[in-house]
Design a protein around this ligand. Structure first.
Ligand code: GLN
Length: 190
């Protein structure tokens, strides 16, 4: 299993470490030529505006968008969720638009910019969720809701896209990454 980790900006190293500890082969995606022979892709947290700009400048945007549209298993966290969403209610920019959800960027405001909370994650149970200037999902439309915090949707699944407002790669709990690798395995055996 070869997992591509978008490595233009943000918290990509932590995803890589977690997935490698689970036995996956990971490749950092820094230029268009790196986007080859992938069984899955990770879109990490960071700054979606910067990532979106670099994706376009480096001619990686269309290639990755097409792969996700075609069903490549995708794990997106925080800024990664912003990149996938087909509507951002407080921003005119949109990026891949492969995930039919409306999100709000920096949704928790300044005071509650970063926080941790334990909440239920469908199929997994209680999970310690770390939020950093996170978006939340205002409307999940056709996507399956996997987790909510204080009445706001913070995790969804749609086709092979798993998208989270929070950062599982920053903790010790690797159950979400394990679940993602199971998705990848299923997909690569098809
Ligand atoms: N606030 C960032 C954005 O909107 C996301 C923050 C994060 O990924 N931790 O792109």
């Amino acid at each position: 299993m070869r997992i591509g980790i978008l490595a233009l900006q943000g918290a990509f190293a932590e995803h890589k470490k977690m997935l490698e500890n689970l036995g996956a082969e990971c490749v950092e995606l820094r230029q268009a030529n790196d986007v080859i022979d992938l069984d899955g892709i990770v879109l990490p947290g960071g700054e979606s505006t910067v990532q979106g700009k670099l994706l376009r400048e480096l001619n990686m945007f269309d290639k990755i968008q097409k792969l996700i549209e075609q069903g490549l298993p995708t794990l997106a966290t925080c800024a990664g969720l912003v990149l996938l969403a087909d509507e951002i209610v407080n921003d005119d920019n949109v990026y891949f638009k492969t995930l039919p959800v409306s999100i709000k960027r920096n949704a928790y405001g300044r005071q509650l910019g970063s926080f941790d909370t334990v909440s239920d994650f469908k199929g997994i149970g209680e999970f310690d969720m770390k939020f950093i200037r996170a978006p939340y999902i205002v409307d999940a439309h056709g996507a399956e809701v996997l987790a909510e915090v204080d009445g706001h949707i913070v995790a969804v699944k749609y086709n092979n896209q798993l998208a989270l407002s929070f950062h599982p790669e920053l903790g010790e709990d690797n159950r979400i990454h394990k679940g993602f690798l199971q998705m990848v395995q299923k997909y690569s055996c098809q």
